[in-house]
Write a protein that binds this ligand. Structure first.
Ligand code: ATP
Ligand code: MG
Length: 472
């Protein structure tokens, strides 16, 4: 049972004492590491997680009290047990003042030691439980929260299951609102690290100057306002996962520091010199065109390759077909429950409007639209008047790709086809043969369509088909 816990660090400058403590603890199935000085102890501690520290008060070099002071600064949650020479109240008070969780006067019996250690182990378990609860309190992500049955989303769920179990870095790409954060959360929840912290940082939301200290921490006095030492979020994430959202917005100098961190997990706090090391899995996301950011030299290519071990590309909602209906229904149920509204379904005409909208804001936009509709709807079915004016919104948000005009589907399709054919003809200097090739049609079929669509024939090639264009 104890063997699944991280090791206990025993610090004593006397070899015999180290050995005795080690024998006692290993007999009780604890893992043990030893250090003969405070300096060596700090090095061990920086390298990995420990259950607790047992230190003698008197050490060569830095003494036990100073060591406890350092430990409390660096790892405030790490339990410590101090072994003092005699059971005098004064020494006990000093040990506790220096930050020891408990103290044990010499000489002590094996049970006394094991009892004190068991108390520390229990505290460790509670702390861990708390931390993971805290990490999961806001949202519990599972694969079931990713709604959608289109092939790309089915594939995505499959890939998440596979990749989650590895420690591979993942880069999640996709337009705003496509579910990148949801995917990152699912990757953590399904990983072996799910009981450890899941730390999210939005690189765009934090001012550049503060982001470094947020990520890697700072030493007291590192900059104006750094009144005391602060642990970085990477330290908080030790053993777990860190999700860096909007990674393409990170400044170049910080990208360099992140690159080093990704190489071996090492970093230094802002204003510090000590090299620290943690074990975290990194997931990054961006809705920007990262290749373009690299081309503009805003994003380091070497960092991109480090992050891009596994890449997830989330499809925009407009390419997900009937998932729009599934998601709309999912959000209707969700908001009907949370708002306590008796809106039991979405009417067919409403659904048709939802299915033809381009969704520039993707799933987030759909979620907002349904939330708004449930607030406004007075019937027990969502009706079209409860939807926003999509035409207006589409024009605002996607002005570069106006939706072809038309009332009926036939009219919209015809307008679209007309636009596409005339653009292709134009690109090919009105050479019908070449345009037909590009559209994977026979020349005859293209001419037929042009005629049907009232498209003028300025063709440069000799047509064998004598289709005369109708006047427009
Ligand atoms: N497949 C899905 N199933 C259910 N809900 C989804 C799905 N995809 C996205 N959502 C929901 O849509 C909203 C936006 O998702 P999320 O925050 O993950 O988007 P994002 O890609 O991180 O966007 P941004 O780039 O703007 O940060 C959230 O409320 C999320 O729960
Ligand atoms: Mg996001």
């Amino acid at each position: 049972m104890n063997s699944i816990l991280p090791p206990i660090l025993v610090v004593d400058d006397e070899r015999n004492m180290r050995q005795t403590l080690m024998d006692l603890l290993t007999a009780d199935d604890y893992k043990v590491r030893t250090a003969e000085s405070a300096e060596q102890a700090l090095q061990h501690l920086a390298q990995g997680e420990h259950l607790m520290v047992i230190t003698d008060a008197r050490l060569g070099g830095m003494n036990g009290y100073e060591l406890l002071g350092r430990i409390n600064n660096l790892w405030p949650n790490l339990p410590t047990l101090m072994i003092t020479a005699y059971a005098t109240p004064k020494l006990a008070v000093e040990a506790i003042k220096a930050g020891a969780m408990d103290y044990l006067p010499k000489p002590f019996g094996p049970e006394e030691l094991l009892h004190a250690v068991a108390r520390c182990a229990e505290r460790h378990r509670l702390l861990k439980e708390n931390a993971s609860l805290r990490a999961r309190a806001s949202e519990i992500h599972t694969i079931d929260h990713i709604i959608g049955e289109c092939p790309k989303v089915r594939e995505l769920r499959q890939l998440i299951q596979t990749v989650a179990k590895t420690d591979a870095r993942v880069l999640v790409l996709g337009e705003s609102g496509t579910g990148k954060e949801l995917v990152a959360g699912a990757l953590h929840s399904l990983s072996a690290r799910h009981k450890k912290p899941y730390i999210r940082i939005n690189c765009a939301a934090i001012p550049e100057t503060l982001l470094e200290s947020e990520l890697f921490g700072h030493e007291k006095g590192a900059f104006t306002g750094a009144l005391k030492q602060k642990h970085g979020r990477v330290e908080e994430a030790d053993g777990g996962t860190i999700f860096l959202d909007e990674i393409a917005d990170m400044s170049r100098p910080l990208q360099a520091k992140l690159l080093r961190f990704l190489e071996d997990g090492s970093f230094t706090r802002v204003g510090g010199t000590q090299e620290l090391r943690v074990n975290v899995r990194l997931i990054a996301a961006t809705n920007r065109d990262i290749v373009d950011a690299i081309r503009r030299e805003e994003f380091r290519e070497d960092l991109f390759h480090r992050l891009n071990v596994v890449q997830f590309r989330l499809p925009p909602l407009r390419e997900r077909g009937n998932d729009i209906a599934l998601l709309a229904e999912h959000f209707r149920q969700h908001f009907a429950t949370t708002m306590n509204r008796r809106v039991k379904s979405i009417s067919r005409p409403t659904l048709n409007k939802l299915l033809t909208h381009a969704w520039p804001g993707n799933v987030r936009e759909l979620r907002n639209v349904i939330e708004r509709a449930l607030i406004l709807e007075t019937n027990n079915e969502v009706q079209p008047p409860s939807l926003p004016d999509f035409q207006l919104e589409s024009r605002l948000q996607h002005s570069e790709t106006p939706k072809p005009a038309g009332d009926s589907l036939d009219e919209i399709l015809a307008n679209f086809e007309r636009e596409l054919i005339s653009n292709t003809l134009e690109r090919n200097q009105h050479n019908v043969t070449r345009a037909a090739e590009q559209l994977k049609l026979s020349r005859h079929a293209l001419r037929y369509r042009m005629q049907r669509l009232n498209l003028a024939d300025d063709s440069t090639d000799e047509a064998t088909a004598p289709a005369a264009p109708a006047s427009s």
